[in-house]
Design a protein around this ligand. Structure first.
Ligand code: PY5
Length: 304
């Protein structure tokens, strides 16, 4: 899907026309992946556009930056205000939001602290990342031959640009072998996550998802799903998952900001089938909450 162009991008404190939001080819982050970013969504609700868990996403951005010793020259409040203004200025009812903090042009060595820390926020309309059909009927996934990055090589807790090279290898392999998405195992061989999504399986009505130690990003959609499940009487366990549990699961689904809640209908040729009742229930709860039809979770909606 090509990125649909909108009018404005926020770059280092200013709104600049979309086409002028450029960087130099010797930008540090382009060479070494020294950037951190977020993926956020804003949804149309009856009370206007609402950004889903904006503050939580920006807090994770600050945490990612801390791991890589980047001091963001704006507060969370300033970034939140800029995000709201940007959505309004571009006249968008719903959109994907991509803040990025990166080491800019300055020096080319690996010691990064002399390179400036630059900040940009872009917004654009982005439909279902794994397709509308995927959300309705589920997608086909396989277990990648690429292992998920190890916490002592590249901390998966940081959403750093460079670590997505690992995700790209897995995604390429999945798509080129005829699947929609990859499931990566961690360096120990336990299930970790998708190339850009967390994973859940359903075993006898209980949700099971890999723990932090399985090299996952602590997804905000994952957290929302766990909260919604527990509030609706569905048990959730965070525990290590082995390959055969994927094959024998009653149901499975991915969660993520871009992907949202996507059922998995096949893993390595083992058929899980059409989305099951627990997945359907979680999808319904999630879409109700983001579109403002579930009063209890108003605090997660930050209106534009
Ligand atoms: N795991 C990885 C590796 C991710 O990149 C993402 C989000 C998630 C899990 C889910 O986290 P959350 O629920 O907080 O979004 N991926 C980005 C997204 O915007 C980029 C995807 C292309 O969904």
């Amino acid at each position: 899907m090509p990125i649909p162009e909108v009018d404005w991008i926020w770059l280092n404190g200013e709104f600049v026309p979309w086409k002028e939001a450029r960087v130099h080819v010797l930008t540090h982050a382009l060479h070494y992946g020294s950037g951190v970013f977020e993926g956020i969504r804003a949804y149309a609700t009856s009370k206007g556009t609402a950004v889903f868990r904006l503050t939580d996403h920006l807090e994770r951005l600050v945490q990612s930056a801390k791991i890589y010793r980047m001091d963001i020259p704006y507060t969370i409040e300033e970034l939140a205000t800029a995000t709201r203004e940007l959505i309004r200025k571009n006249g968008l009812e719903s959109c994907y939001i991509r803040p990025i903090v990166y080491r800019g042009y300055g020096e080319m060595g690996l010691f990064p602290l002399k390179c400036p820390v630059e900040v940009a926020i872009a917004v654009w309309p982005w439909g279902a990342y794994l397709g509308d059909e995927g959300i309705k009927h589920g997608i086909r996934a396989h277990i990648s031959s690429f292992r998920r990055i190890d916490p002592n090589a590249l901390p998966p807790a940081a959403k750093a640009t460079g670590q997505y090279i690992n995700s790209i290898l897995a995604k390429l392999e999945a798509v080129e072998t005829g699947y929609d998405e990859a499931i990566l195992l961690d360096s120990r061989g336990f299930v970790s996550e998708g190339s850009g999504e967390n994973i859940f399986i359903v075993e006898k009505g209980t949700l099971v998802t890999p723990p932090i130690e399985a090299s996952i990003l602590k997804g905000i959609t994952r957290d929302s799903v766990m909260t919604l499940a527990r509030a609706n009487g569905i048990e959730v366990r965070e525990e290590n998952i082995v390959r055969s549990q994927l094959y024998l699961a009653d149901e499975a689904f991915f969660t993520g900001t871009a992907a949202e809640v996507v059922p998995i209908r096949e893993i390595d040729g083992r058929i899980l089938g059409e989305p099951g009742p627990v997945t359907r229930k979680i999808q319904q709860l999630f879409y109700d909450v983001v579109s403002g039809n579930h009063g209890e979770y108003e605090a997660w909606l930050e209106y534009v």
